[in-house]
Design a protein around this ligand. Structure first.
Ligand code: ADP
Ligand code: MG
Length: 720
């Protein structure tokens, strides 16, 4: 064992005594625990208490590291052990020139010579050295930041360097490698790689976590014995240990599978218990028998006939109104598939019973648009709008009428779920673009015994939907209204193509059509983002389309201002709308036939597909141009999926394969589980976990025989 490791171990106050025995380490006089620590240790007598120890008392580290850990929500030793690596690097030690692999990571052993520093052009210090290999080969090493370990290295000292090796300017170069001194623990064959976030690096995590790994043995296993043996999986503790410090690549894979299976099992059990509970505590208080004659009458008033998929969804909803339990249904339908009208008809059917219905939208623009449509559909006097930007007096008036029950249908934003909004008799709550709402916001509406109808354009693959929305029933609208022409989509790079494209767009404007021009969110800061969009707007208005009316819209504008601009755009008061991604959701402008997306590579496929859904909302042919930065050529392959396909389900699945679930759905807000190891596209395993969950829940509904599962299920939130 290295000196370094011993030092680390002895500095861990919670481990001394116990762990020093295990490692046979003598604790030096001055390192004996102080009275204070002993007192603390008295209370931390059990192993599980050790897992609860604040991380900063368990490891020796800097304030900056602790701060970052906090931000990453790693507060205790247990949290740290659950910081699982994402991948495994299989590294062989390079000692001779011929073993070097260019342009990928290498672990190279050699002697470090000619260490020097010099100021760089930017004024910062640049560190240089030469690594001599055993066969006399030389590698130029360069650091752009001060490598801490370099301070302790003398000339010609043996080291191991880890990093990419490049062939540049006729030389072999290694920029910014990690340095390992002596008989290092980190450069074995297999290295766990963690999600990095400075100053937390994989090297740092490996170093700090190694001495804590024995504690894994005390983590009780989530997976029941039967599941473990049948599926050949590890217990939780063994799996964690193997993840951080695997004995083989196979062991690492099994470890990931084991943790992943546990996550899926836990989720499935949660979903099943929630369903169980709902059945027990609930009854359908808004029973409405299906009345075919009335539905036919409503359909007769529409300017179009419903698509087959719309009809099926509507039927499923109407059947739910007759069911034993309040409805919990999610309608999944691609952008433009016509979800709104299905919700409206359902609401009208429900309102026969005298109950009220509401529709909650994520933005004011969208709420207003729904309100306009609702007035036409339900009749002006039956409908109200409730959004934050109304005058207090107006809001009060609407709320009064909702309480009295003189308004049957209300469209609104979050304003609908404030405490002051009280319904006389809410029978149906529709949530549009449900993925835009947080779990809490949705739950607020669920407080009522109303039927719930959620709508989303995010096409979640079936496997995932079953897992995540297991508590809701799902209707799918997988058909667009007839006559829609899919947007012709092209990736645009190079000045020549851009010029041609601009001429084409000018021609479209000449024909009386309009253009959406979308700029990416470039920073957390709205100010920088606004500057960026402003720049593009200026360029378009002054240089590229000087004879056209170009309007700017960005996130920093006031809500009323944004709404006015959208309204003006709908009224054809200008030709091009340059905006940040604020227009992503729902708004309908049928005359817009072109969409340009700047830096398309910054978006996920699903999000781009949603943008594209803003055009092609009439029988006009529409065009979507994806502009890609010069240096982002490799992103082109990913974006080509959009040229080929207009299938939202396919694109979201691609997105998840390529970028992960997090990228697709953005924040935790979406309510989707953030799995550590489970693969949500792995339908076979999901199904297996579901079967085990069913078995467990039916044989032992209170989970008495599965204390760990019980604890896990009870502690976390339900995800949908
Ligand atoms: P989304 O599913 O994206 O919310 P909307 O409900 O906004 O789509 O519908 C998009 C447009 O399609 C609206 O203008 C709507 O009136 C129209 N629409 C809906 N259903 C049909 C249909 N069956 N035939 C023709 N147009 C339809
Ligand atoms: Mg919609």
């Amino acid at each position: 064992m290295t000196e370094e490791l011993i030092a680390i171990l002895t500095s861990i106050s919670i481990l001394d005594g116990l762990e020093s025995k295990r490692y046979n380490i003598k604790v030096a006089e001055d390192q004996r625990p102080k009275a204070e620590t002993i007192a603390k240790r008295e209370t931390l007598s059990t192993m599980s208490a050790m897992l609860n120890t604040p991380i900063e008392t368990a490891i020796n580290t800097t304030k900056a590291h602790v701060k970052k850990l906090r931000e990453m929500r790693i507060e205790t030793v247990r949290d740290f052990l659950w910081y699982v690596p994402r991948r495994l690097e299989n590294q062989n030690l390079v000692t001779r020139s011929e073993e070097i692999m260019l342009n990928i990571k290498n672990v190279v052993a050699g002697r470090l010579c000619d260490i020097s520093s010099q100021p760089s052009r930017s004024g910062k210090k640049l560190y240089k050295a030469v690594l001599k290999l055993s066969d006399g080969g030389l590698i130029d090493v360069i650091w752009f930041r001060s490598p801490y370990a370099l301070k302790n290295i003398s000339d010609e000292q043996s080291v191991q360097l880890v990093g990419k090796i490049e062939h540049k300017y006729g030389k072999i170069q290694m920029p910014n490698p990690e340095i390992h001194i002596g008989d290092s623990v980190h450069t074995g064959d297999l290295r766990a790689m963690y999600p990095e976030s400075p100053p937390i690096t994989s090297k740092w995590v490996r170093q700090k976590i190694t001495p804590l790994l024995p504690l894994c043995d005390n983590i009780p296993s989530l997976l029941p014995e039967l599941v473990r043996t049948t599926e050949s999986l590890y217990s939780t503790g063994v799996a964690l240990r193997q993840l951080h410090s695997p004995k083989s690549a196979e062991a690492w894979e099994t470890a990931r599978k084991s943790i992943g299976f546990g996550e899926l099992l836990e989720l499935q059990i949660k979903v099943m218990l929630a369903r169980h509970k709902r059945k027990k505590n609930n009854e359908n208080k808004h029973y409405v028998p299906l009345n075919p004659a009335y539905i036919k009458e409503i359909l007769g008033t529409l300017p179009f006939t419903l698509t087959g998929a719309q009809k099926v969804s509507l039927y499923e909803i109407l059947k739910d109104f007759e069911g034993e339990l309040p409805m919990r249904r999610l309608v999944q339908g691609d952008v433009g598939s016509g979800k709104t009208i299905v919700g409206f008809i359902a609401a009208k059917a429900l309102m026969q019973s005298g109950a009220q219905a509401c529709l909650m939208a994520p933005t004011e623009i969208l709420a207003k648009q729904h309100y306009e449509n609702a007035k036409k559909f339900f009749g002006e006097k039956n409908v109200a709008l409730l959004i934050g930007s109304l005058k207090e007096k107006e809001k009060k008036e609407v709320r009064k009428k909702l309480k009295e029950g003189t308004i049957a249908f209300v469209v609104g934003t979050h304003a609908l779920i404030t405490e002051s909004t009280i319904f006389n008799n809410l029978g149906l709550a529709i949530i549009d673009e449900q993925h835009r709402f947080g779990v809490k916001q949705r739950a607020a509406l669920e407080q009522n015994d109303a039927h719930m109808l959620a709508m989303t354009a995010t096409p979640i693959p079936r496997s995932l939907a079953l897992t995540v929305y297991g508590e809701q029933d799902i209707s799918v609208i997988n058909e667009l209204p007839p006559g829609r022409k899919p947007a012709i989509t092209r990736i645009i790079t190079g000045n020549d193509t851009i010029r041609k494209c601009n001429i084409f767009m000018d021609d479209q404007i000449e024909k009386g059509h309009q253009i959406f021009w979308i700029c990416p969110l470039i920073d957390e800061s709205e100010k920088i983002e606004a500057q960026f969009v402003h720049g593009i707007w200026q360029e378009l208005a002054e240089n590229i389309f000087p004879n056209r009316r170009v309007q700017l819209l960005h996130g920093r504008m006031k809500a009323e201002e944004k709404d006015k601009i959208m309204q003006d755009f709908a009224d054809k008061k200008f030709d091009i709308l340059v905006s940040t991604s604020v227009i992503e959701v729902g708004v309908d402008i049928p005359n817009a036939t072109v969409m340009v997306i700047e830096n398309a590579e910054r978006f996920g496929l699903s999000q781009l597909h949603q943008f594209r859904g803003r055009i092609g909302r009439s029988d006009l042919q529409s065009y979507c141009f994806l502009k890609v930065g010069k240096e982002e050529q490799k992103e082109k392959a990913r974006l080509q999926a959009l040229e080929r396909s207009t299938d939202g389900f396919y694109l979201s699945e691609m997105d998840m394969k390529l970028r992960g679930v997090g990228q697709l759905y953005g924040t935790k807000q979406s309510g989707l589980p953030d799995f550590l190891c489970a693969d949500i596209l792995d339908t076979v395993t999901i199904k297996k976990a579901r079967d085990y969950a069913a078995e467990i829940v039916s044989s032992d509904p209170t989970l008495e025989r599965y204390p760990e599962l019980k604890r896990a299920v009870e502690s976390g939130a339900v995800y949908f």
